[in-house]
Design a protein around this ligand. Structure first.
Ligand code: AMP
Length: 147
């Protein structure tokens, strides 16, 4: 049976734990795959959100997606990088959280995603919640309940 304490933990709102939009590296729809690869390489992130100028989420792009889009039969066709748009290689099917969602929902989703995009009440991009942050909070909770 789930204790009252655990239930309260699971009901914790995620809003206090997100990395706010202004601190999230992102690319814009219409940017070239070359630009996205530069952002990914320079930041060291495995994937970043693809947004529009109104801060609506269109997808996620990773180095793997970009490399696959320029993979020829016998070689990687780097010369194509500048001509391909992130729109042509990004993943559009993105799992996301709402700003008023709880840890319970986040826990279910971070099993399959290293981070989740978070949207505001009006659907604009509010930031991300990473698996690392969720695990940190979970560890803190477990250690507290042991005491
Ligand atoms: P971390 O928990 O820091 O290892 O981040 C896991 C993943 O979340 C990274 O590989 C990125 O894809 C994404 N991520 C974390 N922080 C940021 C950020 N500030 N901007 C963009 N993406 C991020």
């Amino acid at each position: 049976m789930i204790s009252t304490k655990t239930r309260a933990f699971l009901e914790t709102p995620i809003s206090d734990f997100i990395i706010p939009a202004e601190k999230v590296a992102h690319v814009l729809v219409g940017n070239s795959a070359e630009h996205a690869l530069l952002v990914l390489t320079k930041t060291g992130y495995s994937q970043v959100p693809v947004l529009d100028t109104n801060f609506k989420i269109h997808g996620l792009v990773s180095s793997k997606m970009i490399t696959e889009s320029i993979l020829g039969l016998e070689r990687i066709e780097y010369e194509k990088l500048a001509h391909i748009k992130v729109d042509d290689c990004m993943e559009r099917n993105v799992a996301y959280l709402r700003i008023d969602d709880t840890f319970k929902k986040a826990l279910d989703l971070v099993i399959n995603h290293p981070f989740l995009c978070v949207v505001d009440y009006d659907g604009t991009f509010a930031g991300i919640l990473t698996r690392r942050v969720i695990l940190k909070q979970l560890k803190k909770y477990i250690y507290q309940t042991l005491d």
